[in-house]
Design a protein around this ligand. Sequence first.
Ligand code: DX5
Ligand code: ZN
Length: 339
Amino acid sequence: MGDGRALVAASILNADLANLAREVRRVVRAGADRIHLDVMDARFVPNLTFGWGTIAHLRPVTEAPFDAHLMIAEPGRWLDDFLAAGCDSITVHVEVEEPIEPLLRRIRAAGRAAGLAMRPATPMSALEPYRHLLDIVMVMTVEPGFGGQSFLREVAVAKIPQARQLLADKPWGGEVHVDGGVNRETAETVGGLGADVLVAGTALFARGRNAAREVRLMRALADEGYAVELNDGVMPEPRDRMARLASLPRPLAERLRDAVQAGGVPVVMLRGDGLVRADGARDLDLFVPFASSAWVEERHGALRDALQAEAEAAGGAAAAPAAGGADDGGDGRPPTGGA
Ligand code: DX5
Ligand code: ZN
């Protein structure tokens, strides 16, 4: 994962299909964060690609996450096969003629990320009934079925902000994917609209392209767009940045951790070099993903404050924090060491 915000998912639809394993290895080496797998059945879209068998054979080729994009008429009929093949996320189309909710529930029950995609003409409102079950909203900026089409800018401008809004009450892990015509010319636009994952096919696999250069350019331009349009000119935080939430004695730290994690945000609890209590035990430091820190502060800040007051009332420090402190170096990353 690069040290910025934007992620690049390589769509292998336009890769050398006679050498898919080699192409997957090559594009991951070039820096792609994900492999985007375009499954088409010549019914839902007028094209036919590969199925779960190909995916299963590709699975051992790389550790990179597999994002399956199912452009098929009956995703429910084949879902177990795609799950068994090793897809990390499965995105189906909201336009399919079968119940959507069971599909999303089955994907999540298998511990994978569940997503909905929509054709350019389908309104975002079609996804509204399922927002509580979504990890991914995939905005198609071309008509699904083929790579190499032109980017539909007006669709992106209208729907990427709506997709972010649809995921706004998800404390952590929600992703807006933009798929179709994404390249170095359009990356700044989609980054500025707040897309998280840029799906790119032709940009990476067209003859003569340097995939590593295209990945670097797309990420940098998307982050630049995000900084200018959504972050007051400040470059976005790296995705893996953590923010310190509190330092507390273990029993209180565990209460806060459990409350925050019950809300869907992961907590890292580390033995820092903070306060040593009268009983000789040292406080633990709690960290959450920086991207969720405002959400956590809003919902759990009062509990954190109450627990800190409880810790103070129960007995203060036996010794001041060690010189240098459990500082995260100001970059929000947890110090080394474990709890
Ligand atoms: C189109 C697919 C896209 C497409 C992207 O139906 O869902 O993933 O392959 O290819 P480019 O980047 O060439 O538009
Ligand atoms: Zn796709």
